[in-house]
Design a protein around this ligand. Structure first.
Ligand SMILES: Nc1nc2c(ncn2[C@@H]2O[C@H](COP(=O)(O)OP(=O)(O)OP(=O)(O)O)[C@@H](O)[C@H]2O)c(=O)[nH]1
Ligand SMILES: [Mg+2]
Length: 199
């Protein structure tokens, strides 16, 4: 498991060519608005208000970079699928996200967050399909797992995999920023990703 000592907000960008220097490995967080991306990042690094959390969906509008021990970046992407946002703004966001995700050699993993209780929606399925098509490395993290019972986990995991057309043994990580379920597992996973890439 990686130890995190110093975390800093680096910058917010709207286009891929503004990515921070130095280039470091990047772990990206993507998912629907309100799914808990910013909360997960705060929980992971143990800093309360690092990434902004909001009750208003659509809060994170730019791509936010956080540097961890000058070793790698956690990247908080804007959420998609928020109904109150105009169609043209949705398309803009999609462009921003896709441009970031494509042709980025620094990305070690794209963590696709899906709400444990709500499950995967059509736009989640489209994102996964797009990631697969582009051979982008991703893994699904089911968030807010404190909202469902232990026995519901397996049921929800099956539903999410089905909705995303994934195989039954596709790994899925459960996480809760509220009770910190899955935090150590995710830190361990990120540690493995970084080790693999630093060799
Ligand atoms: N119960 C519960 N609530 C959570 C959890 N994580 C986040 N929330 C709540 O969900 C809401 C949205 O959380 P955010 O972290 O802002 O979600 P986001 O994905 O960053 O949202 P956008 O920036 O709008 O895309 C907030 O009210 C959080 O308090 C969790 O693990 N459990
Ligand atoms: Mg956010």
């Amino acid at each position: 498991m990686i130890k995190i000592k110093n975390v800093q907000y680096v910058k917010s960008i709207l286009s891929a060519n503004e990515r921070p220097i130095p280039a470091l490995p990047e772990i990206a967080f993507v998912g629907r608005s309100n799914v808990g991306k910013s909360s997960l990042i705060n929980c992971l690094v143990n800093v309360k208000n690092l990434a902004r959390v909001s009750k208003q969906p659509g809060k994170t509008r730019a791509i936010n970079y956080f540097s961890v021990d000058n070793r790698f970046y956690l990247v908080d992407l804007p959420g998609y699928g928020f109904a109150k946002v105009s169609k043209s703004a949705q398309v803009d966001w999609q462009r921003v996200i896709e441009a970031y995700l494509l042709n980025n050699q620094q990305i070690r993993r794209i963590l696709v967050l899906i709400d444990s209780k709500v499950g995967a929606k059509e736009n989640d399925r489209q994102l996964i399909e797009w990631l697969e098509f582009n051979r982008a490395p991703y893994r699904v993290v089911a968030t807010k797992v404190d909202k469902i019972s232990r026995s519901e986990r397996a049921v929800q995991a099956r539903k999410i995999r089905e909705a995303l057309n994934q195989s039954r043994n596709e790994p899925l990580l459960f996480f809760s920023a509220k009770d910190r379920t899955g935090r150590e597992e995710l830190l361990k996973y990120i540690g493995e990703l970084l080790e693999g890439s630093e060799k």
